[in-house]
Write a protein that binds this ligand. Structure first.
Ligand SMILES: *Cc1c(COP(=O)(O)O)cnc(C)c1O
Length: 341
């Protein structure tokens, strides 16, 4: 009864290795659901790459990658806050690098935890975390282990912004510069022009950049014939026409039908949202499950571990035990089983 992720091991590892070589100083990011592969898997793959440092999202995730055997440096991407007890407990760990994004936090750490390895975050046009360019002159790492500067860039790599900020920061205090989301060429330029060590944090492009190497499938658990008007499901809805209820593995606990909001900017995207809105209004919602080459509508909202989809017509097109393709968003889906082919 599983949702399964099948990895074409060779193709996937070739891609990961290629990207790793393309970006000197790359720091693999293992956070959240481990990009659908799991934090433990990513920690072991980082080990295979012989990375010297792994980035995690939160202080809580440090324990998970340690349990998976990662024993080298870890950088916690979420900036430290005085009320985060888990992060505070890691300050004295010599293999943990802490991100500091406010002058007040830097002041506090300097007096309470000298020796902590820190990277100071600079505010970019992202406007998430970081000290402003005007504050750079006030940065005093004192007896802290200063490991450099970091910035989180918007998805469209902003080379000029990165260079401007980094050169101001490096002029104040020399150190490595950690970045994200620059393309290969921009990163190369950035690296050569800056003249300090650079570290590229990367998750999506590294782990998910070869989508053809990752395949998610569900198993058909039951197939029931229904006549038009027959009632079914928690909601006792009526079948819209003669057809089949196909019960498949994969439900809310796996993140099925959970979609991260995406910016609906282009007209085409708006058209898609509109079309989905019409479907929703009609009580028909397209599921990520494909049967006989077509995405089928949910017969009702997904259950915890299984989903009911509707197939109209005289043939269901599948039998119990068949595996069917599922289109998932890797960062919101967690499979029960990973198969390395
Ligand atoms: C998540 C994250 C990354 C990696 O982002 P991807 O788009 O998955 O490569 C890099 N830096 C920071 C600060 C992050 O939070």
């Amino acid at each position: 009864m599983t949702l399964k992720l099948t990895i074409d091991t060779r193709a996937w590892r070739d891609h990961v290795k290629h990207v790793h070589e393309e970006f000197p100083g790359l720091v693999p990011v293992a956070k959240g659901n481990g990009y659908g592969l799991g934090l433990d898997v990513l920690a072991r793959e980082a080990e295979r790459l012989n990375s010297d440092c792994l980035a995690v999202g939160t202080a809580h995730e440090v324990a998970t990658v340690r349990e998976a055997g990662w024993s080298r440096d870890v950088i916690v991407l979420n900036p430290w806050r005085p009320f985060d007890e888990t992060a505070t407990a890691l300050l004295d760990d010599p293999r943990v690098i802490t991100v500091v994004s406010r002058l007040t936090d830097l002041d506090e750490l300097r007096t309470t935890h000298p020796g902590t390895r820190v990277v100071v975050e600079l505010m970019t046009s992202m406007r998430r975390h970081g000290i402003t360019p005007q504050e750079i002159a006030s940065v005093d790492a004192g007896k802290l282990g200063f490991e450099g500067w970091t910035m989180h860039l918007p998805l469209k790599g902003q080379l000029s912004e990165a260079k401007q900020l980094a050169s101001e920061a490096v002029a104040h205090q020399r150190g490595a510069v950690w970045v994200s989301h620059l393309g290969v060429n921009d990163y190369r330029r950035f690296r050569t022009q800056l003249g300090v060590q650079t570290r590229m944090r990367m998750g999506t492009r590294l782990w998910l950049g070869a989508p053809q190497a990752l395949r998610t499938t569900a198993t058909v658990l039951d197939v029931h014939r229904v006549a038009r008007g027959a009632r079914y499901g928690y909601n006792q809805s009526r079948a819209p026409r003669d057809g089949w209820l196909v019960i498949v593995s994969g439900g809310t606990s796996h993140g099925i039908a959970l979609s991260a909001p995406s910016p609906a900017r282009s007209l085409r995207q708006r058209g898609v949202s509109l079309a989905q809105g019409v479907l929703d209004a009609a009580g028909v919602s397209r599921s990520p499950f494909s049967i006989a080459g077509r995405k089928r509508p949910f017969a009702e909202p997904p259950h915890m571990h299984a989903s009911m989809v509707f197939v109209g017509g005289t043939s269901a097109g599948v039998e119990v035990g068949d595996e069917i393709p599922v289109t998932t968003r890797q960062t919101t889906t967690t499979c029960d089983e990973l198969v390395w082919n």
